[in-house]
Design a protein around this ligand. Sequence first.
Ligand code: UD1
Length: 349
Amino acid sequence: MRVLVSGGAGYIGSHTVVALVAAGHEVVVVDSFANSSPVVVGRLEALIGRELPVHAFDLTDKDKTEQLFASDRFDAVVHFAGLKAVGESVEQPLEYYENNLESTFSLLRAMRRHGCTLLVFSSSATVYGDAEPPYREDQALLSSSNPYGRTKVMIEQILRDVAAIDDTLQVAILRYFNPVGAHPSGTIGEDPQGTPNNLLPYVAQVAVGRRDRVAVFGGDYDTADGTCERDYIHVEDLAAGHVAALAHLRRALPAESSVDGKGARVHTWNLGTGRSTSVLAVIRAFAAASGRPVPFEIVGRRAGDMPRSWADASLAERELGWRATKTIDEMCADAWRWQAANPFGYGDA
Ligand code: UD1
């Protein structure tokens, strides 16, 4: 298939580009580079061994989106592009709603006008709010605690509404748990701008000497070691989940349903491992993988954090034949290979 990957220069997007090409698809990237580096493109071309067509614009630009679809032909869109920092979304709610919703509208309109019928959308486990894990795709959503998460809840709903009146559209909503790790080559990886919000990039920057110590947000949770537990998933496993979801959409009969009721053409799958790991266990695994000390200090809880989160990943296994295979040690080893070779991320290039 000829696949348009929005946000294809980003962390998950770039790894998925590699997986899609390896699976035999032709890939075209559209990325605004608002939160990603153009250096990724050369790295990706080296990995896939061919030129990668890239369009540098923001999908909220409806005219440019329309022109792209008018000048090319896509069988499918994998839609990663969006703003994703929880804290920033609280400070700038309008930017988050505008960017994440408008880009989706713009894509949906262009897809409809040009007969592109398959869409894979990046959602997040954040849509489960503060429900008790393990999370299942068919449970009621409690809505997220922040504007970023609410854009995911809203877009999921919009996709269901649009698919309900467009019987050509096939949609896969993928709810990611905590993606970490990097391509085993160490040439692409996660490169957050400024101070990392997420645990793994922070730990990696401590190990490589860019930061003093990890602040562990809370040591008094009702968990085995008192720190929060998350379902960390290797970004390559996550990328493979997109390839599997796309293959399923292509195979799916129009009337096939998943969890969304008879006749629905919207499939929702958790992409997680079904296991959880504590903050302290991650720090230990990273120190072992890197051979570097990872000093830490337990500080107060971070607002909005759940004690535990992990997926019931059985639906994706049953319906897609996909499951995550990589261990937390492999995630840390690959994240370290990337960080050690690129201490300042793509800024080193
Ligand atoms: C966070 C977001 C989630 C979003 C996801 C995207 C919050 C509350 N949740 O998930 O909505 O979809 O990122 O990647 O922001 N931790 C530390 N010290 C740090 C950083 C994190 O102890 O410096 C802890 C956190 O308290 C948490 C765990 O590490 O228990 C994982 O944190 P993080 O990587 O930010 O992921 P989530 O909170 O699960």
